[in-house]
Design a protein around this ligand. Structure first.
Ligand code: SAH
Ligand code: SF4
Ligand code: F3S
Length: 440
């Protein structure tokens, strides 16, 4: 038996890291670790990091610097770095920050228990392999404890697309899909523990092609299998690539009741010249026609996107093309970023846009996206939507949840519990949420 110890994990980056942090906590649960409320009370601190933009990566080093004092007070404290920065800069982290005991890449965290033991014995351990074995299979089944009504479930990892700006193909490796039966088993376990909504995760989730009993399943076929899981009420998936948006998946948006009317479909830019240089292998026009087909299948679907401004050699005219595309699509939510040079990616070598100009474009794009987002949110007033309640609000009797379209909704004088689904009429729209009332 190992003595009880406390683990503190800080998570950066995408939803996949959120999922990985849960699984790492479970893996270390077998070593006697329970969750610490803060870094101060931890015996082990893990930073689950993101390498997508320079700022995200640099944050890791400043965060580590802050643990110096803590480690001086508590020499037994172990500090680990996991995730995409660990993968990209493992050796460098060990060199730059001697207080780090352990570095584990995103494909190796099933080996954490052994690594933790070595670290306890005073060794410095680093594992950033892309092993052949399936890390999820090596991890023990998830514990049966009760949990909240929503959960992430990774079904696909890695990326073979190699967009010219992006580190993901290097930090997460080649595209791999998990077999369908393991996903279904995990989904049933989650539902038994109280989960009502599952978001299927993958860097390229719609490229999913996991093994099933009769050959590989598409993402749509996997969704239809999950549709049969009793007690599971809602299914979502993210992130999709426009080129993998297959007919059966578009159709499922019109026919599968559990599949929610929300789609995150990043386009990155509206100029064909820039899209080509980004190696996106789709055009603005093909993206717009795709959105049309998706809306034909599910007219009320809420579209979400990602954009990069100031990509190398982006001119004002190229940027205008992005604004034009946004005007045409009308996004319900969107994330926009200033291009960040990532070492080792093809775009890093190209002539950069003046940063002041890039800042200005980002502000103009964000102003347009914010306006669209607000208009779509406001258009919900008067409508009836499904809401899955997640937790009580700050005011007595208030419950908070998410609508089918992923808008935050609060309902006053609400007699429902977390995990209940209800029909709600939207009565008003505020900056980042909607207010509603129960219909029955
Ligand atoms: N796999 C997803 C998401 C990848 S990362 C996809 O293909 O869409 C999430 C977002 O970060 C990207 O969609 C992109 O908009 C942004 N991003 C990626 N690399 C970036 C970089 N070097 N600079 C700025 N933004 C970047
Ligand atoms: Fe990165 Fe492009 Fe792959 Fe998305 S599709 S993870 S942006 S390389
Ligand atoms: Fe960041 Fe890695 Fe996700 S780089 S966005 S944590 S895949």
């Amino acid at each position: 038996m190992t003595a009880p110890k406390k683990l503190f994990i800080k998570t950066y980056g995408c939803q996949m890291n959120v999922y990985d942090s849960e699984r790492m906590a479970e893996a270390l649960g077998g070593q006697g670790y329970t969750e610490a409320k803060s870094a101060d009370e931890a015996d082990m601190i893990l930073l689950n990091t993101c390498h997508i933009r320079e700022k995200a990566a640099e944050k890791v080093y400043s965060e580590l610097g802050r643990f110096k004092k803590l480690k001086a007070q508590k020499p037994d404290l172990k500090i680990g770095v996991a995730g995409c920065v660990a993968q990209a800069e493992g050796q460098e982290i060990m060199r730059r920050q001697p207080l780090v005991d352990l570095v584990v890449g995103p494909q190796s965290y099933h080996r954490l228990p052994e690594m933790e033991e070595k670290a306890r014995e005073g060794e410095k351990v680093l594992d950033t392999d892309f092993p052949e074995e399936d890390k999820f299979e090596k991890l023990k089944r998830r514990p049966k404890s009760k949990r909240g009504p929503t959960a992430f479930l990774t079904v696909q990892e890695g990326c073979d697309k190699f967009c010219a700006f992006c580190v993901v193909p290097y930090t997460r490796g080649a595209e791999v899909s998990r077999p369908a039966d393991r996903i279904l088993t995990e989904a049933r376990d989650l539902v038994e523990r109280g989960v009502r909504e599952i978001t299927l995760l993958g860097q390229n989730v719609n490229a999913y092609h996991g093994a099933g009993a009769n050959g590989d399943l598409t993402l749509a076929q996997l969704i239809w299998e999950l549709d049969k899981v009793e007690g599971l009420e809602r299914i979502r998936f993210t992130t999709s690539h426009p080129n993998d948006m297959m007919d059966d998946l578009i159709e499922a948006h019109g026919t599968c009741k559990k599949l929610m009317p929300y789609l995150h479909l990043p386009v990155q830019a509206g100029s064909d010249k820039i899209l080509k240089r980004m190696n996106r292998s789709h055009t603005a026009e093909s993206y717009l026609r795709l959105i049309e087909r998706i809306r034909a299948a599910r007219p009320d679907i809420l579209i979400s996107g990602d954009f990069i401004v100031g990509f190398p050699e982006e001119t004002e005219a190229d940027f205008q093309a992005t604004l034009d595309l946004v005007e045409e699509v009308k996004y319900g939510t969107a994330y926009s970023f200033k291009y960040s040079t990532r070492p080792g990616t093809p775009a890093a070598e190209r002539p950069q846009v003046d940063p002041v100009e890039a800042d200005d474009r980002l502000q103009r794009l964000q102003a347009l996206l914010t306006r669209q987002q607000r208009e779509i949110q406001d258009s919900m007033v008067g409508r009836e939507v499904g809401v899955l309640f997640e937790k009580p609000g700050r005011q007595a009797g208030q419950m908070l949840g998410k609508s089918d379209y992923l808008h935050a909704v609060h309902v006053a004088d609400c007699d429902r519990q977390a995990g209940d689904l209800a029909r709600v009429r939207i009565v008003s729209s505020r900056t980042n949420s909607l207010a509603g009332e129960l219909i029955d």
